[in-house]
Design a protein around this ligand. Structure first.
Ligand SMILES: Cc1ncc(COP(=O)(O)O)c(C=O)c1O
Length: 387
């Protein structure tokens, strides 16, 4: 089945008469064992609400089918998915290689929490070659963590090269695959051990709940992830699992529109006199574009621009002038967003020394002409404020 069909067909409650189209929400803390033998058996991990109900299991299976993995587990947020996928594989004295363009809270988890527990992190330039990455590996390196593209600065990483290094050195390659929604990139097919997502973004798709997914490539990896989440006491509500499953039904259609709007906006912005450069993985000028072209089958709604230098009061006027673009963290929902971001604050292996502000856009599902009118208004207001 193609992804488009999978997203409609997977996780449906077939097999009983008069079944609803959708998997119902099954809420539970206590689960009753039918017999003493079932109790002794542990009934295949169906023992307690924290281990999930049928709603969770159906979502897990749907994400596994989409990502092309062995098994998926759910986390309470995208950040918890990143954290669990690190904790699953390290112990005191180990070493982690983390992309310098990582989502900042993932980075902070390494800098503070892992450090306190005796795990050392080296941040690496996401554009390093295979040999350069191999040169950073230590005997105790247990995880190479990639985020492709980086969610502020959009460097696209060479996943097959990272996978080859990880496999060579018995480490795990963990990929934050949130940008592609698991549709446009299949890290596991390229050799990654784990592909995780902040399902909060495109899978849920409606900006109304937080959720993480962790898909493992094989049984051994899946066991480690399972125990990490179990021992962290992670829990996902059945209602939120239902929302993600519901969001997935329209995912392929939404992504087509996100992609089309983002490309149209990025091209339009590239011609504006206020813009220094556009950073979009589908543009030749994007760092690592060749890997996007080789490994991805499409692009989504998130990209950045570097503006020409502008005084802060005029930048404030720009952001305050929007009617449609909201100013908010997160992305992947149906709505357009614009956010002033500060990549320069969150890197150590690379330098971000752009003179003008970096603005990250999320192209939502609105009509493209209305979005351009909104941007035009904001630029006009900003230009007037500079006179
Ligand atoms: C690339 C990436 N990974 C992980 C996360 C964390 O997801 P959540 O907000 O669900 O914790 C985010 C959130 O913005 C993100 O952009």
């Amino acid at each position: 089945m193609k992804d488009k069909t999978k997203l409609v067909a997977i996780g449906r409650p077939h097999g009983r008469p008069h079944h609803p189209v959708n998997q119902p929400v099954e809420r539970a803390s206590t689960i009753l064992f039918p017999t003493y033998d079932d109790f002794l058996d542990g009934a295949k991990n169906i023992t307690y609400g924290r281990l999930g109900t049928s709603t969770h299991r159906v979502l897990q299976d749907a994400v596994t089918a989409l990502e092309g993995g062995y098994e998926t587990r759910l986390a309470s947020s995208g950040l918890q998915a990143c954290i669990a996928a690190l904790l699953a594989f390290v112990e005191a004295g180990d070493h982690v290689l983390m992309t310098d363009a990582a989502y900042d809270p993932t980075r902070k988890f390494c800098e503070h929490f892992l450090k306190r527990f005796g795990v050392e992190t080296t941040f690496y330039d996401p554009l390093l070659s295979k040999d350069e990455i191999a040169g950073l590996m230590k005997d105790n390196t247990k995880v190479i963590f990639a985020e492709t593209p980086g969610s502020l600065t959009f460097e696209v990483q060479d996943i097959p090269a990272l996978a080859a290094v990880a496999q060579d050195r018995s480490a795990k390659l963990v990929v934050d695959n949130t940008w592609s929604a698991g549709v446009y990139l299949k890290p596991i097919a390229h050799g990654a051990h784990v592909s995780l997502q902040a399902a909060t973004k495109y899978l849920v798709g409606h900006s109304d709940c937080l959720l993480g997914t962790i898909t493992s490539a094989d049984e051994h990896t899946a066991q480690k992830i399972y125990y990490a989440l179990l021992q962290l006491g992670s829990n996902v509500s059945a209602d939120d699992a239902y929302l993600a499953l519901r969001g997935m039904r329209s995912l392929s259609t939404r992504l087509v529109q996100h992609e089309e709007n983002a490309l149209a906006l990025a091209k339009w912005l590239a011609k504006r006199p206020e813009i220094e450069r556009v950073i979009h993985p589908a543009f030749k000028s994007c760092p690592g574009h060749q890997f996007w072209k080789r490994d991805f089958t499409g692009s989504t709604g998130l990209f950045s621009v570097v503006m020409k230098p502008v005084p802060l009061p005029a930048l404030k006027v720009f952001f305050n002038a929007f009617n449609l673009f909201g100013m908010g963290f997160s992305w992947g929902g149906f709505e357009s967003l614009a956010l002033h971001v500060h990549p320069e604050k969150n890197r150590t292996a690379t330098v971000w020394n752009e003179e003008g502000p970096t603005v990250r856009f999320h192209a939502g599902l609105e009509d493209i002409d209305d979005l351009k009118i909104d941007l035009e208004r904001a630029f006009r207001a900003m230009d007037a404020a500079m006179k």
